[in-house]
Write a protein that binds this ligand. Structure first.
Ligand code: DAH
Length: 334
């Protein structure tokens, strides 16, 4: 055996040894591919060793050639099995990462609820829509005309006083009741009228357990030929019965500039009478203001305090809870 041959044999053994170690410790498919190129590629280490074969005697070449092939096959098979191992591990890791464990606790997403004021308004609207009323709305910023004048408030009526009404610097005001919608609707529509108008109202009230400077009303208005106080009473009774069931109610004579006669209605709740609405027959002056003929048409109207209705419905003892945004309170509803 020539030294050349011994030398090449040693180099092949050395190459096989280091290549196998490197393949065994490869962590990724990319690294493995790099090793294949480094050892077995065209310009790889094995090719370089084989270049030395040119110096061998012709008789020795086949043996070294065979040996080189053997090394190549060993390395190729090492690369193949390592590739399979890495691919399997990769799939395994992916499976583990993507497995859906249905026994794990879910993510908690807090759910919103309908505010008791909104659900009370919805409930009231449902009753009146069921009775054939149409939902109407008007702006919260109003003029003196719609809030007072067209509703037959005399120029010196105390309710126009700055104490009750929130005036804006431009002379407009924040509506003190939803009765404004009566006028706006009648101006735009011919009788017969049956509307229900929910909305927010504002007054310069001192806040306490039953008063809030911002509050809500639901207004109804019916105008037609031949409507009487009995129609009004029947409508109110049906409405309150739908809302509260069989709670005792009473009508009290009252006064509003825009109705004649007028009444207030109380509901018996927690042993006392709680006022929940004002109502009456539409004053002929109001019908005249919108161009309706009071000789032909009569009407009735009512304004419900939504906060009061909600308090009775949900046994709420203090109106301020409705505005406190306290989730412990709000979570109790629906
Ligand atoms: N607007 C009145 C208020 O705010 C409530 C009211 C009374 C409305 C009688 C009406 C009505 O439609 O007829 O206190």
């Amino acid at each position: 055996m020539t030294t050349q041959q011994v030398d090449l044999e040693a180099q092949l053994a050395q190459l096989q040894h280091s290549a196998q170690a490197a393949i065994a410790s490869a962590d990724t498919l990319e690294q493995l591919e790099q090793l294949r190129v480094n050892y077995l590629g065209k310009k790889g280490e094995l090719s370089q060793v084989l270049r030395g074969m040119g110096k061998l005697d012709a008789g020795e070449r086949p043996r070294i050639g065979a040996l080189a092939n053997e090394v190549k096959e060993i390395l190729q098979s090492d690369l193949d099995s390592k590739r399979v191992a890495l691919q399997t591990a990769q799939i395994q890791a992916q499976l583990e990462a993507e497995t859906l464990d249905v026994t794990m606790p879910g993510f908690y997403r807090p759910q919103g609820r309908v505010h008791p004021l909104n659900s009370t308004i919805d409930q009231a609207l449902d009753v009146f829509v069921g009775l054939g009323y149409t939902v109407a709305q008007g702006p919260e910023m109003e003029t003196e005309y719609y809030n007072f004048e067209a509703l037959n408030f005399l120029a010196d009526h105390p309710a126009r006083d700055m104490q009750d009404t929130l005036y804006l610097s431009d002379g407009n005001l924040l509506r003190t009741h939803t009765s404004t919608v009566q006028i706006r609707y009648m101006e735009e529509n011919e009788p017969p009228v049956r509307i229900v108008a929910p909305g927010r109202c504002y007054r310069r009230d001192t806040v306490d357990a039953t008063h809030s400077a911002v509050f809500h009303q639901v207004e109804i208005l019916a105008v037609d030929e031949g409507l009487t106080f009995t129609d009004l009473k029947g409508t109110i009774k049906v409405f309150l019965e739908e809302m509260f069931g069989e709670l005792p109610i009473r009508f009290r004579a009252s006064y509003f500039p825009f109705t004649e006669p007028s009444a207030e209605v109380d509901v018996q709740w927690k042993g006392r009478w709680l006022e929940v609405l004002g109502c009456g027959m539409v004053d002929p002056n109001v019908l005249k203001a919108v161009g309706y003929d009071p000789e032909i048409y009569t009407g009735f109207a009512a304004g419900f305090g939504v906060e009061r209705l909600a308090m009775v419905l949900h046994q709420i003892d203090d109106i301020r809870r409705l505005y406190s945004s306290d989730l412990r309170f709000l979570h109790q509803f629906q």
